[in-house]
Design a protein around this ligand. Structure first.
Ligand code: ATP
Ligand code: K
Ligand code: MG
Length: 679
């Protein structure tokens, strides 16, 4: 689906990561990762000991010190490499996006109606520009007038052009995309440097990456463990001298590094970056790592109906009269109600009326004023200078409207409304003053494969709720067809927020997908707000994720990636700590073996010499990091099942595995060291 933005781990990325791992040795950068910073201090101390073996008093072997020092350096480089590699794909994407970001010329509209050519960097919020076919859109904005097909491949990677039009949910355009046909008038909505493309570059580049609350909490745990082991290792000095053993400083440092959680400490940020990156590979732009993490814990998903579950191109299919109303009269009224309605629905009504055959004079808008469609009123219409008022809208809204003017409700309205709704269509009632003339049948169909997608979510234990402004019958039909768990009909924007707040009050994490301006408050309220790239600027700004392919069901992939991120972090933490336990049993007996022969009983791995044992444990501690890079980057495999089952499975694999693997690994390295005559 995506060609330009998907970068694989290429040779260039690996090369850049290799160089970056050395740059990251800078202590000012290292200090941000306390566990690895301790390793770096250990490296420096052992390096000094290599050249000045007696500097801290007592005897020590320079070659052994040098070996420890080198292994420590490699350990740090491995950890840095993991992080650099994770960052690499984003950096490569940022490079290709920057190429898209060229300085373009724009036709800036002047007060007198003429236009002036200006550079895109001069455009400010509120400016009006005209973009003609073949031209690049200079900045983000909203179409005020016109319809055009736009090539958005520079941003989305999707080569098929999309239709953008004023009014309604498909009015936003992105800077850097190209108008293919027709001409549009655009109101600029961002200042230079704050455009969607700018934000996207910053995000994929990881320039402003912030640690998530979960990462911070885990870091605190890792730092605490490091402190505890620092104390343990320091207190070993008086204890050992009491039993008559002098432990070399290099050995103490090796022991400390083996005991502190270097595996997870070295891979933690790579896991986070890779998680964000996986979301990007799915063509979803996450504004923060926090949003990706939250999606892993989602309990409820709120989706709107039109354009999300259904195709959303609600087109007028037929006009249905009530009682004894003349068909021509209804057609005319439907047309009149839509004269100023800029929404796709409104335009489709005019199209249908023209197809049926109304005279051109009826389309004259002179002497009339439009009543804009609003999600709150769920009506639109026209007021004529002769006092005639024509409205169309949701049936209950129009019923209320005519009742207020003393009108009555046609006897067959309900039955005919029901007929449309039962088929999943949206019925709009048409009224002239206090008379209801009939109905407009807006057709819309459920997107294919919806049922399977919602089944998948159910398996993950996630509840789906469809929230629509449409009537309960249409809602019920679509809900049944799509297989959502629950639905809310006749929902106004504030109702959508209320649903989210209610779930949140029960301690649940809520995700919401939407595209309309009326969805924006709810998108902001939700823990995870996924806006469609096709949607309005307001929706995209309120959300913390934007789907470039405008596929609302992609929330499923995002949830899976979030879960995978949390699981990967948990699994590798478990593995890292279990590992350290095993290393303890490798080193401690070896350290005291000579002085306290009884300790040999604990030397269950029967490692050759104290030195071989320590070096083997330290080497294992280093190479486990690159060995786990693929897992950190790709994530632990996620299969939809309950979280308890998942937890048990992972504890078994990574907890038990974490104890067993080092025993085998350390023993093998020990044998190898002896074979190579290194100890
Ligand atoms: N152009 C229009 N003129 C008059 N009424 C409209 C128009 N468009 C929609 N309506 C009516 O208003 C209702 C609410 O429309 P809206 O698009 O805001 O729904 P929504 O809350 O976004 O939910 P969904 O997108 O799931 O349908 C529609 O169900 C329809 O009855
Ligand atoms: K360790
Ligand atoms: Mg909508």
């Amino acid at each position: 689906m995506n060609t330009t933005r998907k970068a694989t781990i290429s040779e260039t990325i690996v090369k850049r990561a290799f160089i970056d791992s050395f740059k990251k040795l800078d202590p000012r950068i290292m200090v941000k990762n306390p566990v690895m910073f301790v390793v770096e201090i250990g490296f420096i101390v052992t390096l000094i000991l290599t050249f000045f073996p007696t500097i801290f008093g007592g005897e020590s072997e320079p070659i052994y010190n040098g070996m420890v020092s080198m292994i420590l350096l490699i350990t740090i480089l491995f950890a840095n490499f993991a992080e650099s590699l994770a960052e690499g794909r984003g950096k490569a994407q940022a490079d290709s996006l920057k190429k898209t970001k060229q300085d373009t010329k724009a036709r800036l509209l002047q007060k007198d109606g003429s236009f002036k050519m200006v550079s895109s960097t001069e455009l400010r919020k509120g400016d009006m520009i005209i973009v003609e076919a073949g031209e690049l859109i200079a900045s983000d904005g909203e179409i005020i007038k016109g319809v055009a097909s736009v090539d958005e491949s520079a941003i989305t990677g999707e080569s098929a052009p999309v239709i953008k039009e004023s009014g309604g949910d498909f009015s936003s355009v992105t800077g850097g995309t190209r108008v293919i046909s027709d001409s549009i008038k655009v109101r600029i909505t961002t200042d230079p440097g704050e455009s969607f493309l700018d934000r996207m570059i910053n995000l994929v580049e990881g320039a402003k990456r912030q640690k998530t609350p979960n990462e911070i909490a885990l870091n605190i745990l890792l730092v605490s463990l490091t402190l505890i082991f620092l104390i343990v290792c320091t207190t070993l000095v008086p204890i050992s001298s009491y039993v008559g053993v002098a432990i070399p400083v290099a050995t103490l440092i090796a022991l400390l590094v083996c005991l502190i959680p270097t595996t997870i400490g070295g891979l933690l940020s790579a896991i986070g970056i890779a998680g964000m990156d996986r979301v990007t590979q799915f063509n979803v732009i996450a504004m923060s790592g926090k949003a990706v993490e939250a999606s892993g814990d989602i309990n409820t998903i709120i989706l709107d109906k039109t354009g999300t579950i259904t195709h959303g191109n609600r087109m007028a299919a037929s006009f249905i009269t009530v009682e004894k109303v003349n068909h021509g009269e209804l057609t005319k009224a439907a047309l009149h109600s839509s004269l100023h309605d800029e929404t796709p629905e409104g335009r489709s009504v005019i199209e249908l009326a023209k197809k049926i055959g109304v005279s051109e004079t009826e389309i004259d808008v002179n002497g009339s004023a439009g009543v804009e469609f609003k999600a709150e009123t769920r009506m639109s219409g026209t007021d004529f200078s002769d006092g005639r008022q024509v409205r169309k809208g949701a049936v209950d809204a129009v019923k209320e409207y005519v009742k207020q003017q003393g009108g009555s409700i046609p006897s067959d309205l309900e039955e005919k409304t029901k007929m449309i709704a039962m088929e999943g269509g949206t019925p709009l009632a048409v009224a002239e003053n206090n008379r209801i003339l009939g109905l407009i049948y807006l057709k819309d169909t459920v997107k294919p494969g919806m049922k399977e997608r919602f089944d998948e979510l159910r398996k993950m234990g996630i509840k789906t709720v469809m929230c629509t402004g449409d009537n309960p019958l249409t809602a019920a039909t679509i809900a049944r067809e799509a297989g959502v768990d629950d639905f809310i009909a006749e929902a106004k924007p504030e109702d959508k927020i209320a649903v989210i707040k209610k779930e949140q009050a029960e301690g649940k994490l809520v995700a919401m997908t939407g595209d309309g301006t009326n969805d924006a408050p709810a998108l902001a309220q939700a823990d995870v707000g996924l806006a469609m790239n096709s949607g309005t600027i307001a929706a995209k700004e309120a959300a913390n994720m934007v789907d470039l392919d405008s596929d609302p069901t992609k929330i499923i992939e995002v949830v899976a990636i979030g879960k995978q991120l949390l699981m990967t972090r948990g699994a590798l933490t478990t593995f890292s700590i279990a590992n350290d336990v095993a290393k303890y049993f490798a080193i401690i007996p070896a350290m005291f073996m000579v002085a306290i022969p009884q300790m040999s009983a604990l030397n269950i791995m029967s490692l050759t010499t104290p030195q071989s044992a320590i070096l083997a444990a330290l080497i294992f501690n280093a190479i486990i990091i690159p060995l786990l890079i693929p897992l950190a980057m790709k994530g632990v495999k996620y299969v939809p099942m309950s979280s308890t089952k998942l937890l048990n499975r992972n504890l078994l694999i990574f907890g038990l595995g974490g104890v067993i693997v080092p025993f085998i690994g350390i023993k093998l390295i020990d044998l190898l060291l002896v074979l190579m005559n290194l100890v």
